[in-house]
Every structure is written in C-alpha cells, then in structure tokens.
Design a protein around this ligand. Structure first.
Ligand code: ACO
Length: 325
C-alpha cells in the first residue's frame, strides 16, 4: 500500500500592525526619499503589509499559525511527531525556531528543525516532510513558514523596503493511503547567491558585514519567471498530469507580475491564482502557506482540488509541490 502525505488543516497569522502604501511612502518622505502608492502598486501589486511589534519573533507568529492549523485539522498538538519551520529570520542563531515552537506547543520529544531556503523555504520544508512521511519516519507533521523580514529591511532603500512584510502560515500533514502530495521538485543555483542576500554575520560577539537585505530586483525577476514555469511543468510530468488538471496555483507572493507571467505560461486564468501579495506584501517563506490558508478558508480551495504550490527566492532557490487537497 502506498503511503502519502495529505494536508489535514491549514492556518495563518499576521501581526496586527498593518501599514498601507501611503504610510510607507510617508515614512520614506521623512528621510527625503521619494516613492508613491502608484509606483508600488503598479510595479508589484502590493497595497499593504504587516509588521511585528518589538519583542515579537518568528516563533510567536509560527505558534499562532500552528495552533490554527492544528484546530483546522482537528489534531491535538500531542499527535505531532515532526516540526519543520521554514525561516530566514529565526528567533536566534540557535536553537532552531522549530525547537522554540515545540516548547510553546508543549510537546517535547518529536523531531524539530528549521529549513533555510529563503522564499522557497516552505516548498522545501513541505517536500522534506513529505519524504519523511512516505518513509514512515513521521505520521503527523507540522510544516510552518514564519518570517519577520521587517527586521532585515533597509528603510533608506526604497527599492526593497516597500516589498516585504511579516507573517506565518502552517499546515498539518498526515500520513494517508490516499494522495496527498503527488510530486515535488527542488532546485538551487548558488552562482546567484549575491542577487538576493543579507550578507552580514555574527562573529566574536559582533555583527560583521551588512545585516540588511540587498536585492538586484531585475535579476531576480528575470530568473524567477523562467524557472517557475519550468519547475511547474516538471512536477506535472512527474505526477502524470497536465496544466488542465491544476485547479489552483498558489505561488510565492513576491510580485503580481511574476505570478501572472507564470499563470500565462501554464495557460491558467488569473482567477485560478490565489493572490495575497496585495494585502500581505512578500512574507518570504510564509507567503505560500498564508495564501493557501486564505484560499482554503474563503472556500475557493476545496477538498479534492489539485493545487500547485511554487516558490522562488534567495540562494538562488526554487521549487514546486503538486498536491490534491
Ligand atoms: N518608489 C518609487 N520609485 C522606485 C521605487 C519605489 N519604492 N523603487 C525603485 N524605484 C525606481 C528605481 O530607482 C528606478 O528609477 P530610475 O529609473 O530613475 O533608476 C525605477 O523605479 C525603476 O526601477 P526598476 O528596478 O527598473 O523597477 P522594476 O520594474 O524592475 O521593479 C521590483 C522593481 C518591483 C523590485 C521588481 O524588479 C521585482 O519585483 N523583482 C523581483 C523581486 C522579487 O521577486 N523578490 C523576492 C524574491 S523572494 C526572496 O527570496 C526574498
């Protein structure tokens, strides 16, 4: 009998502090930097993003999203035997944010670790959890994407600070004899590490190098539109499906133009794409599970639907997961 990993419940959490473009533009103006709601919306599709308050960390957001996913799955925390958190903004250098989430959930004992693949992190984490469930190493996995990118932003750099936000999304994956995750594929090309990075590091009790986000937006854009369509086609082939089988595309929410370009290449109508970038901004590893949760909770994504998740981000990394809900 084949063993599959199925999504049993989803959850999402956004910090309460919401900033629309007008507030971000007004803040930039106080430092003499010019921007506008029109520029941000037309180039990216973003209207608003959420930021954490001081003292709130990725594990706090992850914990809230996890509680909601567990409730939706009707799964007690005590049944979880694997926690993977995808994050590039962990609470601390170590232990992992997953270990801290485990402590907050009060479930000592199960495996817990972080995955770091920037905006592709959730797809990476889901793929790892799928493999562990298929081998029997786990039965009930909590897979979370959680980020506080607001702490990495250079608020003097208008080309990046308007793009990102904070949040967390989670799924409970259960072992099942019906699919489930149908196929997944992960990639990286470290030759492009410099086009999207936070180059600073900790050494001898000090931060060395620049600890703020740097991005060559046009280079990221060009790479993203190419690899996303290719990896989507590749997972479809692996699963023995074609574009017409996709009910919903849940892409990483970086830029509406990247999402629409992928949808066009897959001959998917824009109405089949779950879009949250307008309200969330780019929440990196949290963006896909947050968007999935929105689509499930508003009733668009239904049991039995075939969903394509795909992510792209720093590394350079990219990947896709095709699944039946
Ligand atoms: N307000 C006003 N003007 C701006 C702003 C702003 N916030 N930001 C940039 N501009 C200006 C630029 O300075 C430039 O001015 P210039 O022509 O005088 O030099 C002009 O707008 C055009 O800039 P471009 O960089 O050419 O704008 P583009 O259309 O490429 O859009 C963007 C930039 C939105 C960043 C786009 O390139 C993009 O979305 N790239 C992909 C980003 C992405 O996906 N990143 C996340 C990956 S996920 C991860 O791993 C974290």
């Amino acid at each position: 009998m084949n063993r599959y990993a199925r999504i049993a419940g989803t959850g999402g959490y956004l910090p309460h502090r919401r900033l629309d473009n007008a507030e971000v533009v007004a803040d930039l103006a106080t430092r003499g930097i010019d921007s506008s709601d029109a520029w941000i919306f037309e180039r990216t599709g973003i209207r608003a993003r959420h930021y954490v308050d001081d003292g709130v960390y990725a594990s706090d957001l992850a914990y809230e999203a996890a509680k909601r996913a567990l409730a939706a799955a009707d799964c007690p925390a005590s049944a979880i035997d694997l926690i993977i958190v995808a994050t590039s903004t962990p609470d601390m250098v170590f232990p992992s944010t997953a270990s801290i989430v485990q402590r907050k959930l009060g479930i000592a004992g199960c495996a817990a670790f972080d995955v770091q693949a920037v905006c592709s992190g959730f797809v990476y984490a889901l793929s790892v959890a799928d493999a562990m469930i298929k081998t029997g190493a786990a039965q009930h996995a909590l897979v979370i994407g959680a980020e506080v990118f607001s702490r990495l932003l250079d608020f003097n750099d208008r080309t990046t600070c308007v793009l990102f936000g904070d949040g967390a999304g989670a799924v409970v994956l259960k072992s099942s004899d019906t699919p489930g995750i149908l196929a997944s594929e992960l990639h990286a090309d470290g030759r492009y590490a410099d086009i999207l990075c936070v180059p600073g590091h900790v050494s001898g009790g000090r931060i060395l190098g620049d600890p703020l986000l740097k991005m060559d937006g046009q280079a990221v854009f060009k790479l993203a539109v190419g690899v996303l369509a290719d990896v989507a086609r590749s997972v479809l082939v692996k699963a023995g499906k074609t574009e017409v089988d996709i009910d919903w595309l849940v892409p990483h929410q970086a830029n509406i133009r990247i999402m629409q370009s992928t949808a066009r290449k897959l001959k998917l109508d824009d109405s089949r794409v779950i879009v949250t970038v307008d309200q969330h901004g780019n929440t990196s590893a949290a963006s896909i599970p947050l968007a999935l949760d929105v689509g499930v909770r508003d009733g668009r994504i239904r049991p039995g639907d075939t969903v394509l998740l795909e992510g792209v981000g720093g590394g350079f990394t990219w990947g896709a997961v095709l699944l039946d809900m």
